[in-house]
Design a binder for this molecule. Sequence first.
Ligand code: F6R
Length: 585
Amino acid sequence: MCGIIGYIGGGNAAENVLEGLRRLEYRGYDSAGLAVIGGNGKISVVKRQGRVEKLAPLITEMRGCVGIGHTRWATHGRPCDANAHPHSAGAVTVVHNGIIENYAELKAAFIEKGETFFSETDSEVLAKLVNKNFSGDILTALAAAVKVVKGSYALMAICENTQAIAVAKSKSSVILGFGDGENFCASDEPALAGKCKNICSLEDGDIALITRDKIEIFDSKLKPVKRKLRPNVAVSASLDLCGCPHYMLKELKEVPASVKNTISAFYDVEGELKKALDGVNRIIIVGCGTAYHAGLLGKRYFESFARVPVEVETAGEFRYKDPVMTEKTAVFAISQSGETADTVEAARLALSMGAKVVAVTNAPYSQLTRLASVVVPVAAGPEICVAATKSYTGQITALYLAALAFAGKKTAELEKMPGLCQKVIEDIDINTLAQMCARSNGVYFLGKDLDYAVALEGSLKLKEVSYIPSEGYPAGELKHGTLALIDGNTVSVALMFDKALAGKCENAVEQVLSRGGRAAVITNDTEVYNNFSKRCEVLLLPECDKYLSPLISAVVVQAIAYETAVILGRDPDKPRNLAKSVTVE
Ligand code: F6R
């Protein structure tokens, strides 16, 4: 998945496109490139492996009013200059976000006819297809090209001597921006923040032709269609680090505000949510990565508070399991970005089967928001670090409130949590534990019940930003195999926030210590603290309601991941091989 942007107007296209790419870099940062139609009608292309900023010195001489650009997260073909977009064929140049599933057979057919390919990407076949169908009109060429394509695409094409951008969409998002004497297209809204007054989203199968003064939209048969305009209220994330060395730390410090703002935002949608869930007798929660981990906690909340059966699935699995749903099923789709392909498609499937879809998202104008029956907002604010932090605690808060509302219950416990999160962030010293993790060969996060869900999140975060192998385990499972891996080079971190279950988890720590493993305990139970404080590293957190303890334990495990990454000299904000928004399967 990648970020794409197009500009046409009186300004310098290269500069406008580069600015858009900077804003889209969270969608991928393996390589970047842009193409501009110069005053002589010819197209110039610059592209480089690496971050968007590498393009800045290359565009100083580029003049032209039409441009398209791309920031890449590699799917087909390793990150390198040749695989970076744009890709050209004849007079045509394209940028593409998505995956062309039948690219191999299309490519083979071109090669048989003597065509040469310059990259290993699936996208280059799109340039070839548009060029093959081009006989002077870029719009009809694009419409003909996408007819033979299977897969997902947000595709922008330009051609020599033509002051226009042609755009096609299927599954991947395309937003069009209507400016004054200039127009835009982009893979998502933040790229257009403050750039134009109105925007609209293309629908699957749409093709658009963008010139300086107008935007025309057509269906796949090139029949004109209208798409609803809406005011452009997108805000680009504040890039201010507020004195922190990394966004990950800044965003961890914003956890208390995320919890507090999510509580306030919930009360505006509570009535609508209750109405939508009226008659629901089964809940399915879907999400990916960290959002899935929030879903595991959501299951416990709905089942404990409302005694309604809940299943939790990673969205990418759920889609392909032939799931059973009725109109009495509610599917909660959790996604920070609201653009994760697997989660959006899972929600679409649920809707098509008559289920109600509740989006739990931090992105009010995302694809997921647009298709959901109800949106429960996560008010974490823009998250720039690739690793999710404050959005996870916001998701937990939103799910806790949704479960209480469904059960018709109220509690004042949640109101205490922003203050407790703040206290934990200010007081807890995690440096010793992070040093242990940084020097280890592997870290096992252990817990039972709710603590196990947070253990999975701690493990994912540590892997993601420090690259240290890690696993999250139910404490009782350790002895069923994984104990064989424990030695003096491993660290086992046990989470114990449920008094009733602490004894069981303590056993697991004893088993680790008795086999020479290094161990650490994170708890808010003073008895557990006293048991281990002289024998291993123990972090004591404030007491709180057990259902809400993940809000404080999550902050600690995420902070350990951050600190470990910093000790090892990694960039926690942009870990290798990843992107913030995963818009492909
Ligand atoms: C991990 C992380 C990812 C995301 C996942 C889903 O730190 O950020 O695991 O949680 O890619 O993303 P969203 O929530 O945008 O659907």
